[in-house]
Design a protein around this ligand. Structure first.
Ligand code: DP6
Length: 324
């Protein structure tokens, strides 16, 4: 017997002010708030079916049986939803990204956003956006920001168990483009979850977290006022601060490759020469270069000429996670 089935899609997102380190790692309550932009067209599509004939949960990722760690993470998430819905059936989950693995685009955010919508509906729950964002957070912190649309803030007050993300401006509010310069397709050496757990071994993490409210204010205001220069400066500062923390944990994490640094230097020089562009880097070597839409095609051509840049993807601000 099928209890229910549902399909949803969620966009990836790029953090403008970063989430790094938790005050409660089990509940994924972050040490500091963060702001991101959803990435239109870079999506995960997920279908979930609860079926009493199954004797275990099953997960297909990009048309292949998932690895044991990926399955374990999804089973834990399904257990949460089963508890909420008061059901015991196992589920079949089919998830597909339309962007290549190794493109430097985190898939856990889009994956757990889509999974939250699909699983809760298939289990018979009707959750509002805030509840869906909280549920997505339990699977992957940054996924809570892929539930609402456009420019999104994940606010945090005093290790709040109900912490969730909300939209601060819709996707059409400001046509920024994220040009993603891919410099490596290799699997990253340290995953985000492990990285978060090391954050407080860096002497710099407390200073980074203490300064986050001010950076969030500056970033939020820059978005609302469409002030690219202010946005550029705060986004680069925040990215550099997160990587300074990563490089000074025990053991240290160095995500950058030589071509990562080449792109950072080039973007800095281009901005000095009047091109509106800034860089930000998540937990990997690939560089997200943001610009107003009018500069995107110039920027794309320039990025492709940098030795070591293998590919450039582009994304405009994306909408909320939604059912299909
Ligand atoms: C560097 O959300 O991937 O991209 O909660 O363990 O799944 P988990 O971590 P994740 O961490 C994202 C880290 C980041 C910054 C950000 O997206 O804010």
């Amino acid at each position: 017997m099928l209890l229910g089935t549902a399909t949803a899609i969620g966009c990836a997102n790029i953090a403008l002010i970063k989430y790094w380190g938790n005050c409660d790692p089990d509940a994924r309550i972050p040490a500091n708030g963060s702001i991101s932009m959803n990435l239109d067209g870079l999506v995960t599509r997920t279908s979930v079916t609860f079926d009493s004939s199954l004797s275990l949960d099953q997960l297909s990722l990009n048309n292949q049986a998932a690895s044991a760690p990926a399955l374990a993470r999804v089973v834990e998430f399904l257990d949460t939803v089963r508890r909420m819905a008061g059901i015991q059936m196992y589920a079949y989950v089919e998830s597909e990204n339309n962007f290549p693995m190794g493109a430097g685009i985190a898939s856990s955010a889009s994956a757990f956003a889509a999974l939250s919508l699909a699983t809760s509906r298939a289990a018979g729950l009707e959750l509002n956006e805030r509840q869906l964002s909280q549920l997505a957070r339990s699977g992957s912190g940054s996924a809570c920001r892929s539930v609402p649309g456009g420019f999104v803030e994940w606010k945090v007050a005093a290790c709040d168990i109900d912490s969730a993300a909300e939209s601060i401006a819709p996707p059409g509010y400001w046509d920024l483009v994220d040009c993603i310069a891919v410099v490596s397709q290799a699997q990253k050496p340290t995953g985000s979850t492990e990285g978060h757990s090391l954050a407080y071994t860096s002497p710099l993490q407390t200073a980074r977290v203490n300064g986050a409210p001010e950076r969030l204010d500056i970033c939020r205001r820059a978005i609302l006022e469409k002030d690219f220069e202010t946005l550029a400066n705060i986004v680069e500062l925040d990215s550099n601060m997160m990587h300074a923390v990563m490089m000074t944990t025990r053991p240290p994490i160095l995500y950058w490759q030589p071509a990562t640094l080449a792109v950072m230097h080039a973007v800095t020089a281009w901005r000095k020469n009047g091109l509106s562009a800034c860089y930000t880097i998540d937990a990997g070597p690939n560089v997200h270069v943001l610009c107003p839409a009018a500069s995107a095609s110039d920027l794309n051509n320039l990025l492709r000429q940098i030795p070591g840049v293998q590919q450039v993807y582009q994304a405009h601000p994306g909408g909320p996670a939604r059912y299909l």
